[in-house]
Design a protein. Structure first.
Length: 443
């Protein structure tokens, strides 16, 4: 099942906005957190949900695996990867947990991660160090650090771990950091992992549909990316890529389900899988069914790719049009908002942080003057701004207190125009003035 194919292009901007189900009164300026998807994809989603309710066993046992394979093939082709290496999980956090909880650890093994890791992933690393012999090593830095400095810090961490007589087993890093929204030199970090025989685990939550990705060329050891953020599939849906050389390491899904194959033991009996037999690999079969959930979002990836192929901008169509429109918008939005606020856009000396659909702009607020130099108070300010944006302005813009300043993350998308960012700039000027007057203390 796919959406009705229509060769007519859809121009990015006001025309594209008509394809989404957003409330006309709401300014959706934070697509990066939870995404959204076109109404045509919603029709596909609901059609599958209706189909499974009409004949539950027939659909789940026999039809769903075929539909799933078609979508696996579509996302694999999009990522330039073999279909055999791509399965779906509900979200990137589940994918990272799947990697960390499947690996086995020795007392000297160390998990390396970076200071701007997604919070849930850092907590997962902490959990692993509490429940296994592994330890962790956090690379500290503050953006706007240069990409070269970040790679050097990674190599320094590897050297320090080895000098302590330990083994760097796995490194976790982002393609694009969540907060602040900046691009990491993930290609160089992946290559360094290969050079030092360290497993690379890419948290590409903001990868698929955001930046061009060629997994065949990149060749990470593990890679997970949300399709519901930037690809326009419904929540929750993420592609989990594991090259065939590492698939034996991923023995269980989360939760463990019917596809799990126990290690052979003396006197062990036959373990029955109540689902229909499959001629697919153990890895693919394992992830085909992970307990009973609504898997309909997984079946909307191919239709989402078909929708993306129709988007147009500046003479380009499809992925080139989307990338050109969103990245140009992010750059222009950052300059515009920073200009109105009298501040700056976060960027490093190489100009690489902004090679994505995000811009990070500092708010014109002094830490010492507003929050008294107290971090807990600074976080209260950030929370007040977030809540006030929703309550008083019917919008949301991601905000972070970082490096003794408040930053807003601007999230470009095909349905937004510079008029939206002109409006956002006015709102941010006003809300900064309200903070300076102490309104946040009244909550």
């Amino acid at each position: 099942m796919t959406i009705k194919k229509d060769p007519a292009p859809i121009q990015c901007g006001a025309e594209a906005l008509k394809e989404f189900g957003l409330d006309p009164k709401y300014h959706n300026l934070n697509h990066g957190s939870f995404g959204t998807y076109p109404t045509s994809i919603r029709s596909v989603l609901r059609a599958y949900q209706d189909e499974v309710e009409a004949r539950p066993d027939k659909f789940i046992r026999y039809d769903y695996p075929k539909y799933l394979d078609a979508n696996r093939e579509a996302i694999a082709a999009y990522l330039h990867a073999p279909t055999s290496t791509c399965v779906f999980v509900p979200n990137a956090t589940t994918g990272i947990n799947t990697v960390l909880r499947n690996l086995t650890y020795s007392p000297n093994d160390v998990i390396i991660y970076f200071a701007t890791i997604y919070g849930a992933c850092e907590k997962t690393v902490t959990y692993i160090t509490e429940t296994t012999p592994a330890s962790s090593y956090k690379i500290e830095y503050t953006y706007p650090v240069s990409s070269s400095a970040l790679c050097s810090a990674f190599e320094d961490a590897i050297a320090a771990i080895k000098a302590a007589g330990k083994t760097p087993k796995l490194a976790i890093f982002d393609t694009i950091v969540s907060l602040p929204g900046v691009r990491m030199p993930f290609e160089r970090l992946t290559a360094l992992c290969k050079q030092h025989s360290i497993l690379s685990c890419l948290d590409a939550a903001h990868g698929v549909g955001h930046i061009p990705l060629d997994l065949g060329a990149l060749d990470p050891d593990f890679f997970v990316s949300n399709c519901h953020k930037w690809l326009f599939s419904p929540r929750g849906c993420a592609v989990f890529y594991v090259p065939e050389r590492n698939q034996h390491l991923m023995r269980s899904t989360l939760p463990t389900s019917h596809g799990f194959c126990p290690l052979p033991v003396e006197g062990g009996g036959f373990v029955n899988n109540p689902l229909p037999p499959s001629g697919k690999s153990a890895f693919v079969t394992n992830f085909e069914f992970m307990a009973t959930i609504d898997n309909s979002p997984y079946l909307c990836v191919e239709p989402a790719l078909e929708f993306r192929a129709r988007l147009a901008h500046g003479g380009e169509v499809g992925e080139e049009a989307i990338a050109a429109y969103c990245q140009q918008q992010a750059r222009e939005a950052g300059r515009l908002v920073a200009g109105k606020l009298g501040t700056e856009v976060m960027e490093n000396e190489e100009g690489e942080l902004g090679n994505c659909n995000f811009s990070n702009v500092r708010l014109p607020l002094e830490y010492a003057g507003v929050a008294g130099g107290v971090q807990a108070e600074a976080i209260k300010v950030a929370n007040w701004i977030a809540q006030t944006l929703v309550r008083d302005y019917d919008t949301f813009i991601a905000i972070i207190f970082y490096a003794d300043a408040w930053w807003v993350r601007l999230s470009a998308q095909v349905y937004l125009t510079m008029e939206d960012w002109e409006w956002a700039a006015k709102v941010l000027v006003e809300i900064s003035e309200r903070v300076s007057k102490g309104e946040w203390k009244e909550q």
